[in-house]
Design a binder for this molecule. Structure first.
Ligand code: KG4
Ligand code: ZN
Length: 342
């Protein structure tokens, strides 16, 4: 079974051909055109610009995905597309393109939730059936959620950020420290410069809500704490900046891991799943690997290439919907920018 998947929820135009035989995924192509450099000039994503670039890139990216996968339309069995959440003007380009293609080539169409894609992105490297229940930590630029996965496609939201998403906090902290956009990779690079070194700065940022009796989180106060701590840092040297980045990153990681492990224990989970753009963060990956080992939990971490927005994860999520025959009529499908997975 071959699935052509399309993803345009934010600032990546992406298409992929994913195959599944006997339950194991093979990503035959994963084409991505990133608009990162264009938006970096503005310090953040400009929706109108993003939409225009999606219009320009969508067909060449789909062609490129088909070519790399050595596929033509005859060989494609299904078309899947991200229908939300995301920027409405960006989502619309992918959705309308998928509708037109499904109609023209008479292929069954599936809508996929972007967060579900991130949640499932770790499953490529994992060929045996999952052991449920699992607890998933999805950390992206727009979402930070802890989701109980009871079975394939059976989710329950057990915790989320009450304000900023973790990725958003990385982006804002990077801006405060003058590190540019996107902030996640920039903070991570800075933190690595002083990795393992003792601290001269002696700044301790808060770990918001780490002791709260639930699985919710909050990152907006942490951003403000960075703002004041950096303002009050007298010698704003390169080393001080790197130390501040490391302390901020560690504060976010401490909260994410503490809440995720607490949720795994509470729900008696056997498996931990990580996904989303922030899952590219190597300190987070290492810390979660250590914690999972300590708690004897199986950990699924996506390949770095599948942490940021991509269409392969949408194709993989679509596979489970195909098994459930969750098809969509092309003329009924609309982009749904607020679509909550759970
Ligand atoms: O999942 P994603 O690509 O897009 C959304 O669905 O939002 O996530 C983007 C977020 C951005 O906030 C970016 O700064 C963050 O992921 N990110 C990282 C890293 N790479 C990307 N955050 C921390 N460390 C990284 N290495
Ligand atoms: Zn995303």
């Amino acid at each position: 079974m071959k699935i052509l998947a399309i993803e345009t929820s934010c600032d990546e135009t992406a298409a992929s051909v994913v195959e599944n035989s006997k339950g194991a995924f093979e990503i035959l192509s994963n084409a991505i055109s990133s608009q990162e450099k264009v938006h970096a000039k503005y310090g953040g994503i400009v929706p109108e610009v993003a939409a225009r670039l999606h219009v320009e890139k969508i067909l060449p990216i789909i062609e490129s995905a088909l070519k790399t996968a050595k596929c033509n339309w005859k060989k494609i069995d299904y078309i899947a597309v991200t229908a939300g959440p995301g920027l409405v003007s960006s989502l619309m380009i992918g959705v309308e393109t998928a509708k037109a293609l499904a109609y023209a080539f008479n292929k069954p169409l599936l809508k996929v939730n972007h967060i579900e894609g991130h949640l499932i992105s770790a499953l490529t490297t994992y060929h045996s059936p999952l052991t449920f229940p699992a607890v998933a930590l999805v950390v992206s630029g727009g979402h930070t959620q802890i989701i109980l996965v009871k079975d394939y496609l059976k989710y329950k939201l057990i915790g989320e950020t009450r304000d900023d998403a973790a990725g958003e906090a990385f982006d804002k902290a990077a801006k405060i420290l003058g590190l540019g956009y996107p902030g996640g990779p920039a903070i991570s690079r800075e933190a690595d410069k002083v990795k393992g070194k003792s601290s001269k700065l002696k700044v301790k940022l808060p770990r918001p809500m780490i002791k709260s009796n639930d699985f919710d989180m909050s990152f907006s106060g942490l951003k403000t704490a960075v703002l004041y701590a950096w303002r009050d840092t007298k010698k704003k040297s390169d080393e001080a900046r790197a130390e501040m980045a490391r302390e901020f990153q560690q504060a976010v990681i401490d909260v994410l891991i503490s809440k995720t492990i607490k949720a795994a224990k509470e729900y008696n989970a056997k498996t931990l799943i990580l996904g989303g753009g922030v899952a590219a963060n190597s300190a987070l990956r290492d810390a979660l690997t250590d914690s999972a080992k300590k708690e004897s939990l199986e950990l699924l971490i996506p390949d770095i290439k599948l942490t940021g927005d991509n269409a392969a994860m949408i194709g993989m999520a679509a596979y489970y919907h195909i098994k459930n025959k969750n098809f969509t009529e092309p003329f009924n499908l609309r982009a749904d920018p607020q679509w909550e997975l759970v």
